[in-house]
Ligand binder design. Structure first.
Ligand code: SAH
Length: 464
């Protein structure tokens, strides 16, 4: 690390800025925002900068740079177009051990300005030590998108109630736990929703109810189809707050790794018809972990409420008054459709879409097949690989043409994704030949025709 990140209080302190061009104006704006008493030294100064200085009690000295102007300053920034002047400022400031920054000249800096993401009073600083401003800018953009705008309000809220909480919970560790619960729990969510008064009431209730500190919580998180980038921000945030993570076969290792390093990870994987841990036991496990005061995350592949038995898992929690949240995820149908270039609906081909379980509880697809005859409806079968012959046969028997297009998307969104296409008449043979591996999703309907034109994932660009 070449530069130590610190946050400097410059409010009402004298800061010298040598130069008054565009770059200097940007620095002036930043320094003034932090409350500096700014003096600009330059022979000429734009009206924009003059107005800025007027509005904020800063001043402009219409003269060339002299070392004596450094007197009383706590920081100096040089942003003139003249290298000699900038070097002179650097030498004079260094001789006085005064922190100095020469814009765009890392070798003439004893401090640098990081890129910042501002959610005042929360400030996130990013720096590459001058090596790659572009990388820093890209990273900043990512963080901008990740940190909700209302986090500033959350920081203010916490700051305002800091002493109240400190007096009520003097010991540090339980206090940290309390704040974590507030910020990531219902009170924090209320602040983010702009309901500060209700949030404060909630926080004060939690302070009085000390039992609440030891009460666990369960988050049922939709982990999406595999790629961690396809999770929601909220699911990622809650995952990182977990003490215990329960996950199964459908959840990609990269996602489980996003949990805190000290979080306990429990595999409750399910393989078809060989449940590693019976569902009831999972339900019971969630309950008892929460009762021990743990913050428990149950990761579900795709969406928890689409063929995920999420409903069953939280029913027991609801009965026992354990607080829980259910966070949606991108379900396999949406993921496979997008990554295979098969729109689930389309003005010309399909006006509705139906998600169907390819096998039922007792392993026989005993659907009301007669309902699936509409040519303008896309059918998506989950868990359909084993039942594929039955699906193809029954659909034809109940009115779908043998030429109806069908696609099988194998391991959607992963680097190993494969898309097999055919018709209701040919698909069984194709699958027999290609031997796709689970998980696979089946899409039936005219929309499948679009695949040949719209497929994009895994394809090389013509220029490659
Ligand atoms: N809750 C999950 C579905 C669980 S059922 C969701 O919303 O996606 C399991 C079935 O989902 C699998 O049999 C398969 O049909 C489908 N599936 C899940 N992930 C998949 C993937 N990456 N590619 C293709 N199908 C997938």
């Amino acid at each position: 690390m070449d530069f130590l990140p610190v946050s400097l209080r410059v409010r009402d302190a004298r800061v010298l800025l040598v130069g008054a061009g565009q770059v200097a104006t940007r620095k002036a704006r930043l320094l003034l925002r932090a409350g500096a008493r700014l003096t600009v030294v330059a022979p000429r100064c734009s009206e924009e900068l003059q107005a800025l200085l007027n509005d904020s009690g800063g001043s402009w000295q219409r003269e060339s740079y002299r070392a004596s102007q450094l007197d009383g300053a706590i920081l100096v920034v040089a942003a003139t177009p003249l290298r000699e002047v900038n070097e002179q400022v650097y030498r004079d400031a260094s001789a006085r051990q005064l922190p100095v920054n020469v814009v765009d000249a890392p070798d003439l800096c004893t401090f640098i300005f990081p890129a910042i993401v501002e959610r005042t009073p929360l400030t996130i600083a990013i720096s590459s030590g001058g090596s790659s401003p572009v990388l820093v800018r890209l990273l900043r953009r990512k963080i901008e998108a990740m940190v909700p705008a209302a986090y500033g309000s959350l920081a203010l809220f916490a700051g305002r109630l800091r002493d109240v909480v400190k007096n009520a919970i003097p010991a540090q560790e339980p206090r940290r736990l309390f704040w974590e619960q507030v910020i990531e729990g219902a009170a924090g969510e209320l602040v983010l929703a702009g309901e500060e008064q209700r949030a404060e009431t909630r926080l004060r209730q939690q302070l009085e109810d000390t039992d609440a500190l030891h009460r666990g919580e369960v988050y049922l998180l939709g982990a999406g189809p595999g790629d961690p980038d396809l999770m929601t921000f909220k699911a990622q945030r809650l995952l990182q707050s977990a003490d215990v993570v329960l996950y199964d076969r459908l959840v990609a290792p990269g996602i489980v790794e996003m949990a805190r390093r000290d979080a306990q990870r429990i595999y409750v994987g399910k393989a078809r018809s060989a449940h590693a841990v019976p569902q009831q036991e999972i339900n019971q496990m969630l309950l008892s972990l929460a009762q021990q005061g743990k913050r428990v995350v149950r990761l579900k592949g795709g969406d928890p409420f689409v063929f995920g038995r999420g409903g069953e898992e939280i029913e027991l929690l609801a009965q026992h008054g354990i607080p829980f949240q259910v966070i949606p995820g991108i379900t396999a149908a949406n993921a496979a459709a997008c990554y295979a270039g098969i729109p689930l609906t389309h003005r010309d081909y399909a006006q509705s879409v139906r998600f169907v379980a390819g096998h039922l509880k007792d392993d026989t697809p005993g659907h009301a097949w007669a309902d699936f005859h509409s040519e303008t409806e896309t059918l998506v079968f989950y868990m359909g690989l084993v039942g594929l012959p039955v699906i193809c046969e029954q659909l034809q028997r109940h009115g779908r043409a043998p030429q109806t297009p069908i696609a099988l998307v194998e391991r959607a969104t992963s680097p190993a994704q494969r898309v097999l296409t055919g018709t209701l008449a040919t698909m069984v043979d194709i699958v027999h030949r290609e031997q796709p591996r689970a998980p696979t999703l089946i899409i039936v309907g005219d929309v499948v025709r679009l695949h040949s034109r719209l497929a994009w994932f895994g394809k090389r660009l013509p220029a490659d």
